[in-house]
Each structure stands twice: as C-alpha cells, then as structure tokens.
Design a binder for this molecule. Sequence first.
Ligand code: NAD
Ligand code: WQD
Length: 336
Amino acid sequence: MIFVTGGAGYIGSHTCLELLTAGQEVVVFDSFCNSHRESLRRVEELTGKPIILVEGDIRDQPAIENALRTYKCSAVIHFAGLKAVGESVEQPLAYYDNNVIGTHRLLAAMASCGLRRLVFSSSATVYGEPQHLPLTEDHPLSATNPYGRSKLIIEEMLHDLYRSDPTWQIAILRYFNPVGAHSSGRIGEDPQGIPNNLMPFVAQVAIGRREQLMIWGNDYPTPDGTGMRDYIHVVDLARGHLKALECLDRPQCFTTNLGTGIGYSVLDVVKSFEQASGRSIPYQLAPRRPGDVASCYSDPSKAKQYLNWAAEKDLLTMCVDAWRWQTQNPNGYQTE
Ligand code: NAD
Ligand code: WQD
C-alpha cells in the first residue's frame, strides 16, 4: 500500500494512475486546499480500481500515523505542499508552515510507525541561478524565494535524518517543468485563478479564456531571446516515481533530476502549441519577470543510470495532451 500525500493534485493524480495501473494499492492523503476530489474519481474511472481517500492535513501528525497504521503502508510519496513562487514571497510563513513543518510532521509520523521509505517532490528551483548548464545534481544549491528555500530546507532535513538513522530509504526527485496531461484528457493541471505557469496560460489563451500571452523578456542570452526551460510531460514524470520506488529496496538517500535534458524557449512552446491546437496564440512582449533565470535544463543522465528512467514524450505531445485536457475541460474539474 503506497501512501500518497497530495495525491489529488496535478502530479499526484497522474502518479496515482500509474501506480494503480502497475498493480499497486494507493491511499491518498490530501486536504484539497489546491485540488478536487473529482481528479481521484476520474483516476478510479480510468483504472477501474479504487483509491482509499483520507482527507487531512499533513501538519496533523496523529491523523497521518492513524492512516499509515490502518492501511499498513509500505512507502510514502510526498507531493503535498504549496507551490506558487510569487505567493511564497507574499506569504512566506504559509510556505514554511505547509511545506517545512508539514514535512517534519509527516517524517515524525513515519518514524513513529517504523516506516522509513519516502519519495520526495523537490524542484529544479533548488539550483538557483545556474552556474553551468545542463544542471547536474552536484550543481551548487541556493534559493531565490521562500518556496525554493522550503524545498532546500526539506532536502537538508532528509539528509540529516538519513545521517542519524541510515536505515531510511529516501529518494529526492528534482522536477524540471512538468506540463501536459494524461492522454485520455480526463485528468490534467487545474490552476485556480490566473495561471502562474506558461503552459496552462497558453492553453487558456488558445481556447479564448484569456486574450493574449505576455512573454516575459525577449532579451535573454538564448537563441531567440526568450527564457528556456526543460518541459517534461507529467506522465513521464509520474513514471519516474515508480522507478524511484523500485530503487528504494535498500537503505539509501539519493537525489536525482527528472527532466528531458532539452531546453525549449517560450516561443518554441507557443509554436508547438499553435501546431497542436490549430489556433493562433496572440502574444505581447513584456519586461522580464523578476526572479526568472534565462535558461534552466537538466542533465538527465543520473536518472537514466540510477533509475533506468528517461523521459519519452516530446514537446508536441505535451502540447497535444495539454490541449485535449483544456478542450474537454474548459473550466478544469468544475466543468461538469
Ligand atoms: P498541486 O497543488 O496540484 O498538488 C499538491 C496537492 O497537495 C494538492 O492536492 C493540495 O490539495 C495538497 N496539499 C497542499 N498542502 C497540503 C497539506 N498541508 N496537507 C494535505 N494536502 C495538502 O501541485 P503539483 O504541481 O502536483 O505539485 C506536487 C509537488 O511537486 C509539490 O510539492 C510541488 O512543490 C512539487 N513540484 C511541482 C512542480 C510544478 O511545476 N508543478 C515543479 C517542481 C516541484
Ligand atoms: C516558464 C517560462 C517565463 C508565464 C516555475 C517555478 C519552479 C517550478 C516550475 C515548482 C519562463 C515564461 C511564463 C507567462 C511567460 N515549480 N512565461 N509568460 O518559472 O520556469 O518555473 O514552475 O517547483 O519552481 O519557478 O515556469 O511556467 O512560470 O515559466 O513568458 O505568462 O515561461 O518567463 O521563461 P518557471 P513558468
């Protein structure tokens, strides 16, 4: 039984689907502060398998302990947390509370139940301003905002925990830019309000929910001047978690990137999305967004060697799948 915190969210729901498809049983622990029950209902519908749902907050240690014991969980995949960079600058305490204190409580609950197998959602944001590209796992770490700092603190907490008790089995996965949706069009990313991230914003422009895209900066030192990122299909990313779990058959604490290794510019994404949707994406060039880096892409070789995992889906597939989700669910999970 795999205990999935934040399993109703964007990456969590896709991972639950892959877990169930692979024959695993799943308990989702989620407060629904940034998701809907409907995502899990659809995962059950797609797989024909049930999900055990426990509604709760990861800061509630007794509730976690109770669920871990009741369902005899053998591993935890920990997605739950807040993830909006701008919001973290405005509400840092909410981020330290949810992400850092929440993870502390989860770890304490695990320790008290004798469960020491964990896959943790970290982020490429922990590399800060890239000193070299592609980003290898040994690149120096730094944070430029409270969200990133919460991920860095958690990574350090996990290393300290492993040093204190080397029987822990911990995988730290640094995601690059997850995009796209399941090919069924039934589950996908459902941002509340104005999307912070490029792909959902572009999708909403394509469907006419927003007038135009603002491209933040065309004077970066990149081939076309717009920012470059390592976009990774969420289904590839979800499958990386299953590979990480497979590796956690012995005590260790390892860290790996999950990315494609390829950098695409904002204009590349716009062109690909136009091709995928058959719609034009009006855009306007605007000043750089504070805190953005010019380019960020992974060296994916450690994941290949260590997890025997590599991303398979290309940018056009990411856009086609994001577009299918957008057209079938113009208002996300609240469409029906
Ligand atoms: P999401 O917001 O869609 O999912 C997070 C889930 O956690 C939601 O279902 C939310 O309701 C739940 N949650 C939040 N706080 C909780 C709490 N205190 N108790 C219980 N449940 C809580 O986000 P996502 O995109 O699926 O991201 C999942 C994880 O991956 C996060 O930790 C995020 O920081 C990390 N990550 C995301 C990205 C990205 O771009 N999406 C990139 C790198 C890392
Ligand atoms: C991508 C590119 C923007 C929106 C963020 C977090 C990171 C991680 C993933 C969690 C950049 C440009 C965007 C728009 C634009 N999350 N852009 N117009 O900033 O790489 O990463 O999400 O861990 O921590 O920082 O992703 O999708 O916001 O931006 O021009 O309306 O698109 O400037 O070059 P980012 P993004």
